[in-house]
Design a protein around this ligand. Structure first.
Ligand code: IMP
Ligand code: MG
Length: 191
């Protein structure tokens, strides 16, 4: 193990889902999605940066010639949601009349996916929009929103890895885990 990987590992308090567990679940999810969208013209809309790893691994398991678009939003500051969703690009991908599968790392308060779904419906009028998340947190949603495909249900705790960050760190962990208090303090937002 390299020293960099070791450094990051020492900041992880526990592992929630090992890489092999995630991969097995993605096999199942991909089977379900492939069968549901069989014969349809599917456009996957990946929400960056959180769905980068998830999307890369999931999409390579899907069997249809789908289109891929990405969009970037921000709503989190540190370990809590701000509730204000900022779109980091001027225009949404053009998905008028298409079947869209929105891909995100985690469904928490629901603000992010709700805002994206709303904007998509209002501006580009897709044929259908479904939601696929790797994780779904056990918290009351602040927005009415159901995920159609869910990798894993988790308790209300802050997790990192496999795309998920704390202050933009830890996205590159190959598994999903929980960071320790020292790491939370070390990378905490200043001021
Ligand atoms: P929501 O808008 O509250 O549903 O939050 C969705 C976004 O918040 C996700 O796309 C993540 O970027 C971020 N987020 C929510 N919970 C966590 C977590 O436990 N770890 C890392 N990021 C999270
Ligand atoms: Mg984030």
């Amino acid at each position: 193990m390299s020293s960099v990987a070791g450094e990051m590992r020492s900041e992880i308090r526990g592992v929630l889902f090992h890489e092999s567990t995630i991969m097995s679940r993605l096999d199942e999810l991909a089977g379900q999605i492939s069968s549901d969208y069989s014969g349809k013209d599917l456009t996957v809309l990946a929400v960056l940066n959180g769905s980068l790893m998830f999307g890369a691994d999931l999409l390579r398991r899907l069997e249809m010639p789908l289109r891929l678009d990405c969009l970037s939003v921000s709503s989190y500051h540190g370990a809590s949601t701000t509730g204000v969703v900022t779109f980091n690009q001027l225009h949404l991908p053009e998905v008028h009349g298409r079947h869209v599968l929105l891909l995100d790392d985690i469904l928490d308060s629901g603000h992010t996916l709700h805002a994206i779904q709303d904007k998509l419906m209002a501006e580009t009028k897709p044929l259908s929009v479904k939601i696929c998340v790797l994780l779904r947190k056990d918290v009351p949603r602040q927005r009415e929103l159901e995920a159609d495909y869910v990798g894993f249900d988790i308790a209300n705790e802050f997790v990192v890895g496999y795309g998920l960050d704390y202050m933009e760190r830890f996205r590159n962990l190959p598994y999903i885990g929980v960071i320790n208090d020292e790491a939370i303090t070390k990378y905490a937002p200043k001021g």
